[in-house]
Design a protein around this ligand. Structure first.
Ligand SMILES: Cc1cc2nc3c(=O)[nH]c(=O)nc-3n(C[C@H](O)[C@H](O)[C@H](O)COP(=O)(O)O)c2cc1C
Ligand SMILES: Nc1ncnc2c1ncn2[C@@H]1O[C@H](COP(=O)(O)OP(=O)(O)OP(=O)(O)O)[C@@H](O)[C@H]1O
Length: 320
């Protein structure tokens, strides 16, 4: 998949079919929309495209209320590429762009720069100043300018439309199973291994501490059973997300994983965690011995949870 960060000098594209949106999570609703784009593009021998903004508009418009994202930008692109998209355009988003009137967005950006044949948007897509632009406006312009607009009805799961917002709520609650139903894959946490306080070995359970991108959403504090992907290999492990209150509560949360049956120096390596189930909340224990005892029980629980072979998620793998 080609990724470009500008709308200028885009090569003449034949029959561009393009989806518009943020696509944080590349969840089931997003995938349905993008699959429509890819299959239409194939039918008309055209280019399957995705147009999204970078940074995410929420980060520019309300940085203080920015929600924490489900995926890193790189993983979002990997998942989009996996669907067979030919081209993703990351439009640099700034306050000027946020002020553009919806009609100008259509005329000056979509039409002038891209000349699409077909535009796909979801039922709830909004665009332009104050998010006033709605799919119906696009449709009216399409009739005038001669491009087709497909408005995709919501993909519903459990009686509600799938959305990035709802998935974030589930992750914050630690409801991994529901988040997985909405995403269509077990939630991903990824980062490079950095050094911790070196207490893990002392307790008897060495852990790899992951440096996470700042903007990412952390699921509820607690202990999770997880698959761990490292250099195309899959392991099982147990993850703690939290502040380690037993050792004097830290000011920032950490994500650490004890990988079963692996004893290696992992510093500097990239790990991808696939959270499978939250086992318990993080707690303050009276001391190291009590914590170690609990971790032994947690490991048994995690092994039981991960016993099944099924681990449905998109076949994406950590890149080093
Ligand atoms: C499965 C697991 C469960 C954990 N649960 C807790 C907990 O409930 N409370 C706590 O204070 N720390 C908990 N920890 C974190 C340990 O305190 C931490 O691994 C230890 O301090 C080592 O940290 P370090 O790698 O920075 O040296 C847990 C760690 C693991 C691997
Ligand atoms: N459940 C869904 N079914 C079909 N299309 C969807 C669904 N959810 C979002 N879309 C569409 O996918 C595109 C990208 O969605 P976008 O990321 O902007 O919204 P979202 O997933 O609803 O996130 P948020 O909760 O942050 O609004 C948009 O065109 C949107 O309308």
């Amino acid at each position: 998949m080609k990724v470009i960060r500008t709308l200028d000098n885009i090569d003449e594209m034949r029959n561009l079919v393009i989806a518009l949106g943020n696509f944080d999570g590349v969840h089931r609703g997003h995938r349905h929309l993008i699959e429509g784009v890819v299959s239409t593009a194939r039918k008309i021998n055209g280019t399957a495209g995705v147009l999204t903004f970078d940074p995410h508009p929420a980060k520019v418009l309300k940085p203080e209320a920015s929600p924490g994202f489900i995926l890193t930008p790189e993983t979002k692109l990997r998942l989009i590429a996996h669907l067979g998209v030919d081209l993703t355009i990351l439009v640099p988003f700034d306050e000027d762009l946020a002020r553009i009137e919806p009609t100008k967005f259509i005329e000056n950006i979509l039409w002038e720069k891209l000349r699409p044949s077909v535009i796909y948007v979801g039922f709830n897509y909004t665009f332009g100043k104050a998010a006033k632009g709605r799919p119906e406006l696009l449709k009216r312009y399409g009739e005038k300018l001669n491009f087709e607009v497909k408005i995709v009805p919501p993909v519903m799961i459990g009686g509600v439309p799938v959305s990035s917002t709802l998935i974030r709520e589930m992750l914050v609650k630690g409801d991994i199973s529901r988040a997985k139903d909405l995403l269509g894959y077990w939630p991903i946490l990824e980062g490079k291994v950095v050094s911790g306080d070196q207490k893990g070995r002392e307790i008897g359970f060495p852990t790899a501490n992951l440096a996470m991108e700042e903007d990412l959403l952390l699921p509820a504090r607690g202990v999770y059973a997880a698959w761990v992907i490292r250099k195309h290999e899959i392991y099982k492990g147990i993850v703690n997300i939290g502040y380690k209150p037993t050792f004097g509560e830290r000011s920032t949360p950490t994500v650490e994983v004890h990988i079963f049956d692996l004893d290696e120096d992992l510093y500097g390596q990239s790990l991808e965690l696939r959270l499978r189930q939250r086992i318990r909340p993080e707690k303050k224990f009276p001391g190291t011995r009590e914590l170690a005892q609990q971790i032994r029980v947690d490991i048994e629980t995690a092994k039981e949870v991960l016993r099944e072979v099924e681990w449905t998620f998109l076949p994406v793998i950590a890149q080093d």
